[in-house]
Design a protein. Structure first.
Length: 330
């Protein structure tokens, strides 16, 4: 029996489809029945809606240990996809509780229930910080806590430390660090918000770079890493590094809408995140632009996928071809 946390998210839902297609027995954690609708849409996309009925749904929360103990019964492998994603500093407490405490709970349960292997879905945000002369980030790039990181990045890095703790205690683990993930379903959430912003006429662009990947690639890499003897390794899962300008222009051209036409310089964004911070205090609204986002949007570093390609002899999907098919649904 395989347990999937975060089963009602983009990665989790696509992962469950593939597991069931391989005739695996699956337990899937959910918190709210309303979220199951999006998962059903993913199954419909794969033309395997009947498989949805084979999921053993467990209502649980990664921050609630008693509910996890029920979920872990009779489980042999765990895919930990659950995470809270936000780049608003106001969400720091929830980020720390869900991503760090929740992951610690998953690791502890894996150890207590003698789980064979754990796959943790981290993020490229948790990878290291290159020096001023370095332009490539690998799995070996050292993380510098003195550098500016978003609260989300801090929480994912700390969550990885919990997984490594489990490894030191004898738990077999693999970690994947995906880039910005695109895929069918959840059109109003996550990375698909980028597409929606272009569709709605977002006029701004930068000349920084974004690392992107298809959800099918992420899931396939996870499955192959779990089904072999690899243990105690982390892998950058990125298909392509592309400039924001080129990426946004491609989306705009495919959707046949106006390209972003205003260059958001470093000075512009420096001013913007301060205004956004002030307005969030006055209007009590969520942050749109933070200091960390402003910095990241101008970063030209690239993420190296050599390790995963070599380990699995893997070739990623060509992203522009993939995105063209995805954008048909927008």
């Amino acid at each position: 029996m395989i347990l999937v946390t975060g089963a009602t998210g983009l990665v989790g839902s696509h992962l469950i489809v593939k597991l069931l297609q391989e005739n695996e027995e699956v337990k899937a954690i959910f918190r709210d029945k309303k979220s199951l609708t999006e998962v059903q849409n993913v199954f419909q996309f794969y033309n395997c809606k009947s498989l949805f009925e084979k999921i053993n749904w467990i209502k649980a929360d990664v921050t609630n240990i008693p509910s996890l103990e029920e979920a872990f019964k009779d489980v042999t492998k765990v895919y930990h996809c659950a995470a809270f994603i936000s780049f608003d500093p106001k969400d720091e407490e929830k980020l720390l509780k869900t991503n760090i405490e929740g992951t610690a709970n998953i690791v502890n349960c894996c150890i207590d229930f003698n789980i064979e292997k754990l796959c943790y879905v981290s993020s490229i945000a948790a990878l290291g910080d290159p020096t001023d002369k370095e332009k490539i980030i690998t799995e070996e790039t050292e993380y510098n806590p003195e550098k500016l990181h978003s609260e989300y990045a801090i929480s994912k890095h700390a969550a990885e430390m919990e997984v490594w703790r489990g490894f030191q205690e004898g738990l077999k683990i693999v970690i994947v660090n995906p880039g910005v993930i695109f895929g069918h379903g959840f059109s109003k959430n996550g990375s698909n918000q980028i597409i929606n912003s272009v569709k709605k006429g977002n006029p701004f662009y930068t000349k920084g770079k974004i690392a992107i990947v298809a959800v099918e690639d992420v899931v396939t890499c996870m499955l192959r890493l779990m089904n072999n003897t690899i243990n105690g390794e982390r892998y950058t899962v990125v298909s392509e590094n592309i400039s924001y300008q080129e990426f946004l222009n491609f989306i705009a051209d495919t959707l046949k809408v106006k390209r972003p036409f205003i260059y958001a310089s470093k000075a512009f964004l420096s001013f913007a995140w301060r205004i956004d911070w002030f307005l969030s205090l006055i209007l009590r609204k969520k942050r749109i632009v933070t200091k960390a986002i402003a910095k990241t949007s101008h970063s030209t570093v690239e993420y190296d996928n050599t390790k995963i390609k070599t380990a699995l002899n893997y070739e990623f999907l060509e992203m522009k071809t993939y995105l063209k098919k995805l954008l048909v649904n927008f």
